[in-house]
Write a protein that binds this ligand. Structure first.
Ligand SMILES: [Zn+2]
Length: 240
């Protein structure tokens, strides 16, 4: 699963739903037949369009006994609206920091990478590597890297481009400026942060970036619940 950094406020329109349907088709036709070998064993894959922003991979039973399962990827129409509207997600950071598509963010590359991100979750799970609480671990990123380095990501991007143009959908060539609180342009969900309050330093992890505040969850025991902190007071810690 990947989450938006800001609270996802983008309203989706029918064309965002159409684009999400194209993501489904490209995943099933361009990605799965070529990249499923990375899972070592064949696995069943289903894709669907979600009505919210939620975009995720799940394992679902195909029969009442759960003997047969399918990997289900949901592409939210709201996610498409959010990403095309300039809201930053984890996928932005992955493209920039891991140098996917040359490290350049474009609407088409961002959507193609979204397919790869979710498909890598399916591979990670199908290979039995997924552990509780370690969704985006080193094994996950090794698979995501393979999808890019082996050319699968490029194939998805091409397939998306073709399918979008035959559906008469034209994506913008550039993304709008990022929508994020001005004081925290570089802050993202999952970042380790600290802030000082009444002479004490508190450490936590960014849980959510709101319009005027950031929700931070305490790093470890002893502290309960969560804090809402104004972004100007937060500073990033170097991840351990
Ligand atoms: Zn994810």
């Amino acid at each position: 699963m990947s989450r938006p950094s800001p609270s996802s406020t983008a309203r989706w329109q029918p064309r965002h739903r159409d684009i999400a349907a194209v993501l489904c088709a490209a995943t099933l036709d361009a990605l799965h037949p070529a990249a499923a070998t990375l899972a070592k064993h064949p696995f069943s894959l289903t894709c669907r369009v979600g009505s919210g922003a939620r975009t995720c991979h799940q394992l679902r039973p195909l029969d009442r006994w759960g003997l047969r399962q399918t990997h289900l990827i949901t592409y939210g129409a709201g996610m498409v609206a959010s990403k095309l509207g300039g809201e930053r997600w984890q996928s932005h950071r992955e493209i920039e920091q891991r140098g996917y598509f040359g490290g350049t963010l474009t609407p088409l590359g961002l959507l193609a990478h979204t397919c790869c991100h979710e498909y890598a979750h399916a591979l990670h799970t199908a290979r039995g590597l997924r552990r509780r609480g370690a969704v985006h671990d080193a094994a996950y990123y090794a698979l995501l890297d393979r999808l890019h380095h082996d050319g699968h990501a490029e194939q998805v991007r091409t397939a998306l481009q073709q399918r979008l143009s035959s559906a008469g959908i034209v994506l913008p060539t550039t993304l709008p400026p990022p929508v994020a609180p001005a004081a925290t342009p570089e802050l993202a969900v999952g970042d380790p942060v600290s802030f000082d309050y009444r002479g004490r330093t508190f450490h936590g992890t960014v849980r959510r970036i709101n319009r005027r505040s950031v929700t931070v969850i305490p790093l470890q025991g002893g502290e309960q619940g969560w804090w809402r902190v104004s972004p100007e007071r937060l500073y990033r810690r170097v991840a351990r």
